[in-house]
Design a protein around this ligand. Structure first.
Ligand code: HEC
Ligand code: HEC
Length: 460
């Protein structure tokens, strides 16, 4: 996504960081995405200190301001970043950057990091734009960058300094600038904000499509990764465009910056196997009104299970957009032309894609761990489950996304009030692609019935 780094690999060794423990591997291992999206480690590390004015106005320091999660104060790299040792070591992204979330019980309470949960706090668009802004800055010179590198790493050798001054720094800059032109389509589309990325428009650029006449918005809320085993054969991705779990996994790695050749299949396989049976954490039992669960389950069976429970005919199938009524942008952005191209990925390789299809709606998916998948719907336009059960015109028009304090009553993140406004991203449901319409199931239930249903949904 950021830097076509292949030019850096003329010399020497090529070692991805290895982690015996699969959990460490998920958090920090490489999936081969440094190929197109790697940034030289020494440069990556110092950019926030050298260009603080290009960082977003969020809390935390350095890369934390993008919602990236550092496990301890002395960690240099966040969860979701990978490291590949070459003559020039590279930092890339892996699955965990978009699929690891965080929550807290109250402001100031300890944070809880949950692997496989949507990274509702991570702002990928701002992260990418930060590199573009740094590269455009006239101070992105050998002298300035090396001054930063030397103070962060006193052991940086004179040989590396030469290599960086004459080769790595200028090529990194031109590589990032070249990439920024590939993201010209960001202009004119509403900001994605934390927890959402445009899934398929980057592939159009990768395939060399002309984007000038394409105004579709593919911005989608990040999904959870747990329980992939039961999802095999279901039509998933938000628009139900693919029924093969391994293709969904590999296309994600390519989306994150791997190329067909650089895709680290062995490393991917470890992640793929691990998420087959990864379980969501339980909703805190002491925060469920247990007396309502049985009544809630009856309502769920009557109004929801037919589309959302495994074994029912519509679960894992696509519901036409005209019927479901949610925002049409995401499904329209995945065009027939792109679909054909997606099925050419991996040509000549044993894993060649063949399962992509063009649909006209959105997938009805299992609701496991739904409490941690807020905000809701494919475009993340509804902050809480309680809001989703309101008629669309009563759902919030504007709310704040990306704040990590959890609202156990309404089931979702705190999305309004002073703190959420300061920490979060202002989400406007009036903008194209952000509509809060549709999915009116359960909206006619009586208030007490909605309370029952919500208590049951907490148990999923
Ligand atoms: C840049 C962010 C990002 C990264 C990195 C990423 N994903 Fe995702 N992933 C997404 C988004 C967004 C979707 C939803 C796509 C859509 O339907 O629009 C998704 C969907 C998925 C799905 C389908 C989920 C469902 O229920 O439909 C799977 C499986 C998945 N990703 C696995 C992975 C794996 C494995 C990796 C690492 C190889 C990975 N992802 C890396 C953003 C990411
Ligand atoms: C006719 C099929 C159908 C029925 C009935 C149905 N849903 Fe859905 N549901 C869907 C589809 C399709 C989506 C995806 C829509 C989108 O994102 O645009 C969805 C999305 C959702 C989501 C958001 C998931 C996420 O990860 O953001 C929740 C929560 C949900 N439904 C709950 C319910 C509840 C509760 C009921 C019963 C009151 C219900 N649904 C009834 C088809 C259905």
């Amino acid at each position: 996504m950021l830097l076509p780094a292949s030019f850096l690999f003329v010399f020497g060794k090529n070692q991805p960081e290895r982690h015996e423990d699969v959990v460490e591997h998920f958090k920090y291992g490489s999936i081969g995405a440094e190929e197109r999206a790697g940034v030289p480690y020494e440069i990556w590390r110092v950019l926030p200190a050298l260009f603080p004015e290009h960082l977003p106005q969020r809390s935390g320091k350095g890369y934390e301001k993008f919602g990236l999660l550092f496990e301890a104060p002395d960690k240099i790299r966040p969860i979701g970043s990978s490291y590949r040792q070459r003559q020039v070591a590279l930092v890339g992204l892996n699955c965990a950057v978009c699929h690891t979330g965080v929550l807290r019980d109250a402001p100031g309470a300890p944070r809880r990091i949950v692997l496989g949960m949507p990274a509702h706090q991570f702002d990928l668009q701002s992260y990418e734009e930060f590199f573009f802004a740094c590269a455009r800055d006239p101070r992105f010179t050998g002298d300035y960058i090396l001054s930063g590198i030397r103070s962060a790493n006193p052991k940086f050798s004179w040989f590396d300094a030469l290599l960086y001054r004459w080769f790595v720094i200028p090529r990194t800059r031109s590589g990032i600038l070249e990439q920024s032109r590939n993201f010209a389509w960001f202009e004119g589309r509403p900001r994605q904000g934390p927890g959402r990325v445009d899934t398929f428009n980057p592939y159009k650029v990768m395939f060399g499509f002309d984007m000038t006449g394409d105004h579709t918005i593919g911005t989608a809320d990040l999904p959870s990764l747990w329980n992939q085993r039961v999802r095999e054969g279901l039509w998933l991705h938000w628009d139900g465009n693919n029924s093969a779990v391994t293709e969904r996994n590999k296309s994600a790695a390519i989306g994150a910056g791997a190329s067909e050749a650089s895709l680290d299949l062995e490393s991917m396989k470890r992640v793929e196997d691990w998420i087959l049976d990864l379980k969501p954490p339980e909703f805190p039992r002491d925060k469920i009104d247990k007396g309502r669960i049985a009544a809630g389950k009856k309502l769920f069976d009557a109004h929801c299970a037919g589309c959302h429970e495994l074994g029912h005919p519509l679960t894992g199938q696509t519901i036409e957009q005209v019927q479901i009524g949610t925002d049409p942008e995401r499904v329209n952005s995945f065009t027939r032309e792109l679909c054909e191209k997606m099925n050419t990925l991996g040509t000549g390789r044993p894993w060649k894609f063949s399962h992509f299809r063009k649909t006209g709606g959105y997938a009805a998916m299992p609701l496991d761990g739904i409490w941690l998948r807020a905000p809701y719907l494919h475009n993340g336009s509804v902050p809480t489950l309680r809001d989703l059960l309101k008629p669309p015109e009563e759902r919030p028009t504007v709310f704040w996304r990306g704040y990590d304090v959890y609202d156990y009553v309404n089931v979702g993140f705190v999305s309004d009030g002073e703190q959420a406004q300061r920490e979060g991203f202002r989400f406007d449901t009036v903008l194209k692609g952000n509509r809060r319409e549709g999915h009116t199931y359960g909206t006619n239930l009586r208030a007490g019935e909605k309370d029952d249903l919500i208590e049951f949904l907490k148990t999923l």
